[in-house]
Ligand binder design. Structure first.
Ligand SMILES: Nc1nc2c(ncn2[C@@H]2O[C@H](COP(=O)(O)OP(=O)(O)OP(=O)(O)O)[C@@H](O)[C@H]2O)c(=O)[nH]1
Ligand SMILES: [Mg+2]
Length: 475
């Protein structure tokens, strides 16, 4: 049998006495401690050098669709205005693509109902839903068949837009379910529709780069997509306004208006030749992230005693879906700040990539593992309890948090007490699991609200800079 040479060299002497064993273990522990101290010192030196250069590294973390890229957009809107304007024209294609995705989802539902089966029905629910549909008088007719034919060219536009954006699309790969539940509550069943795979880009700054418009070939392609898109406007509206479509969505519990990248109520404004994406459109547009991208911001502080008060903030936007998370680890080493996003409205939703897992449960476990990661002991933690607008709407519709989180008990099913409860829970997890005592700053956010988010970001800027100026003795 082959013997690993390292294992061979490191194995204890065969005639080792108990006292020799104790002495050897102590020597090894001391050597490990010294090595850890050296690593720690190197890290501190590097951090100090970065701070002396006035450079900070900030990682945006959280599960898929938690709002990381949207937060990054808000940062860029405030602190990288020139780049923001440069990219504005490129977002038009993303918005068009988002609309087409909603339309194709509706067409697939019609197709599924007309053929009596389909990919969008959960297996165990299909018979119930189909019998509901046939008895409710909501059956789709020739009118819908005609709309399907008339809207078919949108598939070609979708392909052209994806080419233009350099986008890819990948089906979600299921991973293993987690055993724990949020705050140790029992797992409860969650109704959720299946969803289509989503297109993604590796870098949205490349995808929406404004200079594409100067390339005549790309421009001609974009113009032809826009013309087809405009031609389909009335049919898209007819489809969206159709009562049978609305009822079919209701039966499947799909609230399209609350989903990422929803623009169907803005067709008149968007399906025109002169349409330019507004700031609001850009933050609402959905472009899934794959991989990790670095974005630079120049941020000035108001309290430095030295002449130059400009800092470079390196922001890292990551893909949040489970298959993407292993790529986060190498970035933990030198991270000064983590902004972690927990979408609080997701308590009754499942992960796209693993339909067995509750999204709040996933987010809570992720927060716990970030808090307990040794490499991040000195990293400043900022938590966004995000999507408060959607949480408010959901609770108003009568969806009860305690159905999914029994430990919430009989507290009022309203946004303020719910957010307060989650805030306390997340704070508690942070305190219990951080290797050393630290404070996590917690904000309640709706990052699609750019005015409110601007205030949050200014507060974060001041807080982060003040702490880093103090630790690097620059004040
Ligand atoms: N209504 C509402 N929508 C939000 C909020 N935050 C983000 N969104 C929307 O949710 C969608 C997903 O947000 P993203 O920022 O792309 O999510 P992400 O965390 O970057 O997701 P991945 O790239 O998949 O990891 C986008 O369409 C956003 O506009 C919010 O607070 N309220
Ligand atoms: Mg993203």
């Amino acid at each position: 049998m082959d013997v690993d040479p390292l294992t061979f060299l490191m194995r204890p002497p065969p005639d080792e006495t108990p006292s020799q064993l104790t002495a050897r273990l102590k020597r090894e522990a001391d050597a490990q401690r010294i090595s850890d101290n050296i690593d720690e010192e190197i890290k501190r030196d590097r951090a100090a050098q970065r701070k002396a250069r006035k450079e900070l590294r900030i990682l945006l973390l959280g599960q898929g669709e938690s709002g990381k890229s949207t937060t990054l957009k808000n940062f860029r809107m405030q602190y990288a205005k020139e780049a923001w304007e440069h990219e504005r024209s490129g977002w038009r294609s993303v918005v068009q693509l988002n609309i087409i995705r909603s339309i194709i989802l509706i067409l697939e539902i019609i197709e599924a109902e007309m053929s009596g089966s389909g990919p969008l029905l959960d297996d165990d629910d299909s018979s119930r839903r189909l019998s509901e549909s046939s008895t409710s008088g909501d059956a789709f007719t020739d009118k819908h068949r005609l709309l399907m034919i008339r809207l078919a060219p949108l598939r070609g536009v979708e392909a052209a837009l994806k080419r233009r954006l350099g986008a890819g699309a990948e089906p979600y790969r299921p991973s293993q379910p987690l055993s724990a539940t949020p705050f140790d509550d029992p797992v409860l069943p969650i109704p959720a529709p299946k969803r289509r795979s989503e297109f993604f880009v590796r870098s949205w700054t490349d995808a929406v780069d404004g200079s594409h418009g100067q390339n005549p070939e790309i421009q001609a392609d974009a113009d032809s997509s826009t013309i087809t898109f405009m031609t389909c406007k009335d049919d898209m509206r007819a489809l969206w306004d159709d009562p049978a479509v609305q009822r079919a969505l209701e039966r499947r519990k799909i609230r399209l208006a609350d989903t990422a990248g929803f623009f169907l109520n803005d067709l008149d404004r968007i399906a025109t030749r002169s349409y330019t994406a507004t700031d609001d459109d850009i933050v609402r547009a959905r472009l899934r992230t794959v991989g990790i991208q670095e974005y630079l911001l120049r941020i000035t502080d108001g309290f430095s005693l030295l002449g130059d008060n400009a800092w470079v903030w390196k922001l890292y936007d990551v893909g949040g879906c489970r298959t993407q998370r292993s790529a986060w680890l190498p970035f933990f080493e030198n991270t000064d700040v983590i902004i972690f996003l927990c979408p609080v409205s997701c308590f009754d939703e499942r992960l796209d990539e693993d339909q067995r897992v509750n999204r709040l449960e996933d987010s809570t476990l992720l927060w716990r593992s970030i808090c307990s990661t040794k490499l991040l002991t000195k990293t400043q933690l900022i938590l966004f309890l995000n999507k408060c607008d959607l949480l408010k709407r959901k609770l108003k519709r009568g969806i009860k948090l305690k159905t999914y989180l029994p430990s919430y008990g009989d507290r009022p099913n309203e946004v303020m007490p719910v957010v307060k409860y989650l805030r306390e829970k997340y704070k508690e997890i942070q305190k219990q699991h951080s290797p050393e005592p630290r404070v996590a700053y917690i904000y309640t956010t709706t990052v699609t609200d750019t005015t409110a988010t601007a205030k949050t970001l200014h507060s974060i800027r001041d807080r982060v800079l003040r702490e880093n100026l103090v630790t690097s003795n620059l004040v």
